[in-house]
Design a protein around this ligand. Sequence first.
Ligand code: LMR
Length: 341
Amino acid sequence: MKEIVSAAIFALSLCSSLPLYAADHCDDDEVVIKFSHVVSAEGHPKGEMASALARRINEEMDGKACMQVFPSAKLFDDDKVMEALLLGDVQLAAPSLSKFEAYTLKYRVFDLPFLFSSMAAVKSFTEGEVGQELLGAMSDYCFVGLGYMLNGLKQFSADKPLQLPRDATGLDFRVQNSDVTVAMIEALGASARKIRFGDVYTALERGKVDGQENTWSNIFAENFYTVQDGVTETNHQLLAYLAVVSRDWLDSLQPDVQYQFLKIFDEVSKEYNARALGMNAFKKIQIIENGGVVRQLSPDQRDKWVEVMKPVWDQFIDGIGQDVIEAAMEASQPRKRSGLH
Ligand code: LMR
């Protein structure tokens, strides 16, 4: 199969529609693992993690398993991929945690504005007892959460300068499919429009919406900053993903194949989660170097954003559970953190 992988990589230079780092053809006796996601394959924590996972599986599990990665929604969009998992059209997906509201309200914890003080806090929470328990929140729907894939904290951008919450009043913002985010935007006196990721650039460019909120890596990779007045470093909400598979598919794997697949997934996700913070910091620098405007908030200005957006927590506590929120808050206490800063 190694020859086929090399041929596929070589062919990429000729045909850009091939999946990146995919074995274009898997052998008949190999378990085929199609991984569909919506972001860029390069310069993005999830995109690069997916490619690295495929590289390792295709090298180390040659003859047993074979992974094909389909970035940029080339195979499925996030609103279709969960059904595709159950139908066996793909085997691995990683939508953002904001996009699971139809299956569980517990993941709304990840969307609460200004909950996580840093990515170190996110790491501590996701690796802790409550975070690990949440991986099983979709078992009733026959999905298994393999682990979290981290991106970063989100920033606001708009077609006018945003320094205070009142600057956002009256604007239309693109949001993911998340009611917490809708409530957060409405708390600003603004309107939220749920738009699929692949359509955001065009919506901004054509003025269908005035602004958006996303991580530095998405803002850079999708060129959002080029059609906005500027980006304000608000760090207001998390963007992270759940790597998810169907229970039936996971159980269908031979024990040695399942063990090796899960082990490689665990190692690669740890490695790339540790890189996500630096990757986003680099993307912020690239935005500035490419002529984008990045605005900072003074501590007083930041307090105003917190004051306006944090009260939306009250609407979602029942669905999430006070215990889950408390565990996440505790993870933001410096003494609980380790690793990332
Ligand atoms: C979005 O829709 O903004 C994100 O979920 C896209 C992604 O996968 O990073």
